[in-house]
Design a protein around this ligand. Structure first.
Ligand SMILES: *Cc1c(COP(=O)(O)O)cnc(C)c1O
Length: 503
């Protein structure tokens, strides 16, 4: 009986408002204290140790209060988390987050609106719609544009390709020869064209859409890692000759490794010429729409039929926050399903704004609120300035690496990433072999991660292992990154010496 009574003390309601404030403050204070005391991005803890610590918790025996649970959390999470705000975190597309968005996160999770229907969201729906309009306008998608917030770039890309697939199938059905065919026969002819450097979620989407991984035709890039329009034209022509249907051309605005922005006007024109859907994956480069200095990199994005933008990358929002924008809002009907209990067709006819009509999710977080409070508090220009700083830093780090005899830069930086490898000149005056560098660079990355002093990423270029910096921290300085470079050099040299000693 006593337990039943105390359980209601945990409910978010008017009676418990003081408890809510006190406990959330305890949580926020624990994080703030952590921030102030954390001096490196990671502790280097390994999975076995973490598994042991988390496994030792008895989930059937709750602790007395929030303070005790937060104290325990220090051991099982906070002390050993990977901290993206640290200037020596330079690995993936994780951004340091902005405080107005964290205020938004607190509000949205407490009120807990769900975006599927008007009767679960009210003003939240209007705020999301307003932000969709705002983003579509910045992307110059035209007056019929619409869109919806999603959980991330992968989901945005999936939804874009789902629309493109259904659009292509509807067109095929117009052909009397194809009208009688069952869906799998139609899908078998569809192809998606995207650069060899595009995000893996394009291939994964093709597979989930019943097309198979091999429905994606990889298009060659130039030495600048941008899709080569001549190669795209050739691939499209070849497919048509083979009786295949170009369902979509996907250009990337900011590839994950090189930050390359594909030539948007040229690829858009080719997509149009072949009647293919033109999708722009701007998961990374989307932040350029608020950039003061580099907005022109996105020139031509307004030609897209659909665009993916990840606010949780270059808008400095906490995960998750992304959107899919389409130039013709009516195309979102491809994910509409009317359920009698939730969003009956009568509601649509009565123009009740049910966002589930546009989304592949049902219950959905009010992630838009974070961006709303960010724009209302900081303003778009300030967000853009944060991204511009990161782009400028990458360019300076690029110059540093290019001038450094111990490192090889794979390509000039385009947005805020750098792909490079440690490949020093050895005592005998020769450069470390390609195979040697291939073995060494992943080992450097692992050793640095285990030290916790810095976190860098790894990738492969032409089958060879490289290291990667992804810079998104406007407070990181050239000196900070130079320190990481020094650490990579010392680690690499020590590993090489160790190999010699062992040989
Ligand atoms: C990060 C990224 C994605 C995937 O986005 P998620 O939010 O991680 O799902 C897609 N495309 C590109 C180019 C990306 O950089």
């Amino acid at each position: 009986m006593e337990l039943a009574l105390s359980a209601t003390n945990h409910l978010f309601n008017a009676r418990n408002a003081p408890r809510y404030v006190a406990q959330v403050l305890q949580g926020v204070t624990a994080v703030a204290t952590k921030l102030e005391r954390t001096t490196q991005p990671f502790t280097g803890v390994g999975p076995a140790e973490m598994k042991r610590r988390v496994g030792a918790v008895d989930l059937d025996r709750p602790l007395p209060d929030t303070a005790a649970a937060l104290e325990e959390l220090e051991d099982v999470y906070l002390r050993d988390a990977v901290y993206f705000h640290d200037p020596r975190y330079a690995a993936h597309l994780n951004c340091p987050v902005v405080i107005p968005a964290l205020v938004g996160e607190t509000v949205l999770s407490a009120v807990n609106s769900s975006m599927d229907t008007w009767d679960q969201s009210a003003g939240a729906t209007m705020i999301e719609r307003r932000l969709v309009e705002w983003a579509a306008e910045r992307l110059q998608l035209g007056s019929a544009a619409d869109g919806v917030f999603t959980s991330g770039g992968s989901q945005s890309n999936f939804q874009a390709l789902l629309i493109a697939r259904n659009h292509a199938v509807a067109a095929l059905r117009q052909d009397p020869d194809a009208a009688g065919l069952r869906l799998p026969a139609l899908l078998d002819r569809l192809r998606i064209f995207t650069s060899e450097d595009s995000h893996f979620s394009i291939r994964k989407s093709a597979s989930m859409l019943g097309l198979g991984f091999d429905a994606v035709v990889p298009v060659r890039c130039g030495t600048d890692h941008r899709m080569d329009p001549a190669a795209l034209a050739g691939a499209l022509a070849e497919a048509r000759t083979a009786g295949l249907v170009p369902m979509a051309v996907v250009a990337t605005a900011g590839t994950t490794d090189f930050g390359a922005v594909d030539p948007l006007p040229e690829t858009a024109a080719l997509a149009r010429a072949y009647g293919a859907w033109f999708h722009v994956d701007a998961a990374y480069g989307g932040g350029l729409i608020v950039s003061g200095r580099y907005r022109h990199f996105l020139a031509g994005v307004g030609l897209a039929d659909s665009v993916t933008v990840d606010f949780h990358k270059t808008f400095f929002q906490p995960v998750s926050s992304s959107a899919l924008l389409v130039s013709d809002g009516a195309m979102l009907r491809h994910v509409t399903y009317y359920a009698d209990y939730l969003n009956p067709e009568a509601a649509a006819l009565a123009e009740i704004p049910n966002q589930v009509d546009k989304s592949i999710q049902t219950t959905r977080r009010f992630d838009a609120l974070k961006l709303w409070l960010t724009l209302r508090t900081m303003g778009a220009d300030a967000i853009g300035a944060l991204f511009d700083e990161a782009i400028d830093l990458a360019s300076r780090v690029g110059a540093l690496l290019a001038a450094d005899a111990d490192f090889e830069l794979a390509a000039e930086p385009q947005l805020s990433t750098l792909v490079f490898r440690y490949r020093p000149v050895l005592d005998d005056g020769t450069r470390l072999s390609e195979d040697g560098a291939d073995a060494l660079n992943p080992a450097i990355r692992a050793a640095v991660f285990a030290s916790g002093d810095a976190v860098v990423a790894g990738t492969k270029v032409g089958g060879r292992h490289f290291l990667k910096f992804t810079l998104l921290n406007a407070e990181a300085t050239l000196e900070d990154i130079d320190q990481i470079i020094g650490l990579l050099r010392r680690t690499g040299a020590a590993l090489l010496n160790g190999q010699e000693a062992a040989a």
